[in-house]
Design a protein around this ligand. Structure first.
Ligand code: IMP
Ligand code: MG
Length: 180
């Protein structure tokens, strides 16, 4: 496990080691499995960033469940554009389903806010949010995160699905931007 890595022009330092990530995902999977006992939740994962978290989380869920994906994007480089693009639509039938949104990181909260609006129109039985990480200081929305692995500082991070200009998603650990 490297302490420092370089992606393109930027230097990143280790923030969360793999073991800590695994333990947090395990805990959240347990919480969800307990809460959804007797139900068949549908995990709606936001691409691209949540694919690693979703894959780890879902393999630890012990209730029967289904999975689908939506694609949104609000970031360009290391900055939020405050504008969310819906790249793959919501074409799943959500009527009477217990939906759990799966997101890699909640920053301003704009991406999930937009998705919540769209999903509510589709009459799900219930709707909750599972996020791997949360930048509390950057949050501007008003929804509650039902299942959270960890809070992170309000600095750009990469790894475990999160990217810098497309790179770094494959890192097993979370790294934080060292220089700006
Ligand atoms: P929000 O709409 O501001 O909550 O941003 C959420 C999306 O921005 C996430 O799904 C990520 O794709 C991206 N994002 C936010 N913060 C970071 C970061 O520190 N590194 C990489 N991507 C991020
Ligand atoms: Mg994302």
């Amino acid at each position: 496990m490297k302490e420092t890595i370089r992606i393109k022009d930027k230097l990143f330092r280790l923030l969360v080691p793999k073991k800590e990530i695994d333990q947090a995902v395990e805990r959240v999977a347990r919480e969800i499995s307990l809460d959804y006992e007797g139900k068949e939740p549908l995990f709606l994962c936001i691409l691209n960033g949540s694919f690693i978290f979703a894959a780890d989380l879902l393999r630890k869920i012990t209730v029967p469940c289904t999975v689908s994906f939506v694609k949104c994007s609000s970031y360009s480089g290391t900055r939020s554009t405050q504008y969310v693009r819906n790249l793959i639509g919501l074409n799943e039938d959500l009527v009477n389903r217990d939906v759990i949104i799966v997101e890699d990181i909640i920053d301003t909260g704009l991406t999930v806010s937009n998705l919540l609006k769209d999903i509510r129109k589709k009459d799900p039985a219930s709707l909750r949010i599972a996020a791997f990480s949360f930048k509390k200081e950057a949050f501007m929305a008003d929804f509650k995160i039902d299942y959270l692995c960890m809070e992170v500082p309000d600095r750009f991070i990469v790894g475990y699905g999160l990217d810098y200009d497309g790179f770094g998603r494959n890192l097993g650990e979370i790294y934080q931007l060292a220089t700006e």
